[in-house]
Design a protein around this ligand. Structure first.
Ligand code: SF4
Length: 581
């Protein structure tokens, strides 16, 4: 019996009927799957069948917090989404930081399930247990920032708990994201599903506090850990995730020119010291986070003057590495455009790099791209293309599609589409460290470095594994995936998880103070269960071992430059890891 952490309730909203009802969540769901990603996957399994199309009335948006979301625990900010993805045409999980998850918990709910399709554009407010539907006409076509401002101006009780879509979602760009303040449900196209449902935004405010099993001991434990937690990630505070650009590029493992190579020449301007040194104006933090890893950057002069955003490693990799843009100002501007129009920076960068490679090979001329210069490194072209993608205008309509759809329409271009299960590679070249290849292949949401497994520490920086070894990588990736799966079910950020006791050798003391239940011995098992459930869903949706292989380029072409020069990850080599996995 839980005595804190959970509300054991969700709010189910029917857009077609403009109705809602609160319903109980069985306690055993949380005992087995903890919350967040795990429980969202359970509802998906029960309610979204394999034949449901991403853009259909039957598809649902399932949002779920974890037991630590909205509690005093540091960075208890996360909440998860499960839906049928228009990007992969399969199950997708996605997570966001920000303030909406904590607000939802304080409103008395662990989750929200959105069903049906509204007959006209709406946005929803949830203030405690009062749900209202509002005409979204005044904010249709507006940016996510404008939508947020409008909602705040018209609902004075609502402050930070807002998620919205931009024109990317309204136009059903298959990788449209849901923006949650300056954070987002980035990958998988949740924003396009919202757009298809005529749902522009959800805003939440809760006035209660999350019930805690043992508040006094929890606060003492956390206070004692505060300095240690903050001091555990000084480089994250100073440079954010951008710190990895230099090391990854130097090791020949960067995402460059649509993965034609693993090294970006003359990339010093993108290295975090120089990038942040020149453009950073302040740090920003999610709910109760002592690390504040977001590096807010501003462009003060030049063609991108006035641009302001907080680019992460992946965004710098998507536009800097993938599109070979060496001007940080252009990347800050591109990131801002993506946030405002609501599209995933990672997928967008790879789609533009794909177009640039087609141009390099004479398969797509600038004249066929509305006159936009498709040469590598043109930052102004990147920004122009992002607007075209969001508005599905000209060449943007092609680049707004899923990789599967493009391959069906242009089979001759298939070998330049760098993805697994429709999702673009993250900013890591797997021929430079083979475990990352297995992580991309076996991830429960396509070529993802988070759900699939962030193998950088084990393979590149700690010396624990030889990056070019095959034996042992199956077990390594599985352990990372299981750890991530239980952490994603808790409701805290992965950056602080170790400082809070949530590693692959967990200490669940905090969780016990919050819920009254000692999960410590079961946490890794729960992670395995969550991952197993997701792969079960995949299997039901027709995914087989064949879908776990990597693109042709990765398995047949040797890296031409850098410290991993000559390396390739053939099918035979990959099978060694996949068999062990
Ligand atoms: S470490 Fe960064 S992403 Fe994680 S909660 Fe803190 S500010 Fe947010």
């Amino acid at each position: 019996m839980f005595t804190g952490g959970y509300t054991l309730k969700l709010i189910r909203i029917d857009l077609a009927e403009e109705s809602y009802q609160a319903e109980d969540i069985p306690e055993e769901y949380f005992r087995a799957l903890l919350g967040g990603r795990g429980v969202a996957a359970k509802y998906y399994y029960d309610e979204i069948g394999p034949d449901v199309k991403p853009f259909s009335d039957e598809n649902k948006l399932i949002f779920m917090t974890g037991p630590l979301t909205g509690t005093p625990v540091y960075s208890g900010t996360k909440f998860q989404l499960a839906t049928k993805s228009p990007l992969s045409e399969k199950y997708i999980c996605s997570n966001s930081s920000g303030f909406l998850g904590p607000e939802l918990k304080c409103a008395g709910f662990d989750g929200i399930i959105i069903e049906g399709k509204a007959s006209k554009p709406v946005y929803i407010t949830i203030v405690d247990n009062d749900v209202k539907f509002h005409d979204a006409a005044p904010i249709m076509g507006k940016t996510t920032v404008q939508a947020e401002e409008y909602i705040k101006a018209n609902h004075e009780e609502i402050n930070k708990g807002i998620m919205s879509i931009g024109v990317g979602g309204e136009n059903r760009v298959v990788y449209a994201c849901i923006q949650v303040g300056d954070r987002s449900f980035g990958r998988g196209g949740g924003g396009a599903v919202m757009g298809d449902k005529n749902l522009k935004a959800i805003a939440v405010h809760g006035t209660s506090k999350v019930k805690l099993h043992n508040e006094a001991d929890l606060k003492e434990y956390i206070t004692g850990n505060m300095k240690a937690c903050r001091d555990s990630k000084p480089v994250h505070t100073k440079l954010g995730t951008a710190q990895y650009t230099e090391v990854i590029n130097n090791l020949g493992c960067y995402s460059v020119a649509n993965f034609q190579t693993g090294v970006l020449d003359n990339a010093e301007s993108l290295y975090a010291g120089e990038f942040m040194g020149k453009y950073k104006v302040k740090n920003a933090a999610c709910y109760r986070c002592p690390i504040a890893c977001a590096q807010v950057c501003e462009v003060k002069e030049g063609p991108f003057e006035g641009a302001k955003s907080d680019p992460e490693y992946e965004t710098i990799g998507a536009f800097g590495g993938q599109c070979c843009v060496l001007d940080p100002a252009a990347i800050i501007a591109a990131n801002q455009v993506c946030d405002e129009v609501g599209i995933d920076t990672m997928q967008a960068g790879t789609m533009i790099a794909f177009a640039m490679e087609l141009n390099q090979r004479g398969l797509l001329k600038s004249e066929e791209a509305d006159g936009v210069d498709l040469c590598w490194g043109n930052g102004e072209s990147v920004v122009a293309l992002l607007h075209k993608i969001a508005n599905r205008e000209g060449i943007g309509d092609l680049l707004a599609k899923s990789m599967y759809e493009i391959a069906r329409e242009h089979p001759e271009w298939k070998k330049y589409l760098m993805h697994v299960k429709g999702m673009a590679f993250a900013a890591y070249e797997p021929r430079g460290f083979y475990g990352m290849g297995l992580a991309y292949g076996t991830s429960a949401r396509g070529a993802c470095h988070n759900v699939g497994g962030w193998t950088i520490r084990d393979e590149l920086t700690s010396g624990k594994f030889d990056r070019f070894a095959l034996i042992g990588k199956g077990k390594m990736v599985k352990d990372i995936q299981d750890t991530r799966a239980y952490v994603d079910s808790l409701g805290i950020c992965t950056v602080v998880r170790s400082g809070m006791g949530f590693s692959d050798n967990p200490n669940g003391k905090i969780l016990e103070y919050v819920t009254g239940v000692d999960f410590t011995p079961e946490l890794m098992e729960i992670g395995e269960r969550v991952y197993g459930l997701e792969r079960l869903i995949y299997e039901r949706e027709g995914i087989t071992r064949e879908d776990d292989y990597l693109p042709e380029r990765t398995m047949t072409e040797k890296l031409p430059t850098g410290m991993a020069k000559g390396s390739v990850l053939t099918k035979e080599m990959y099978d060694v890891m996949l068999d062990e996995y």
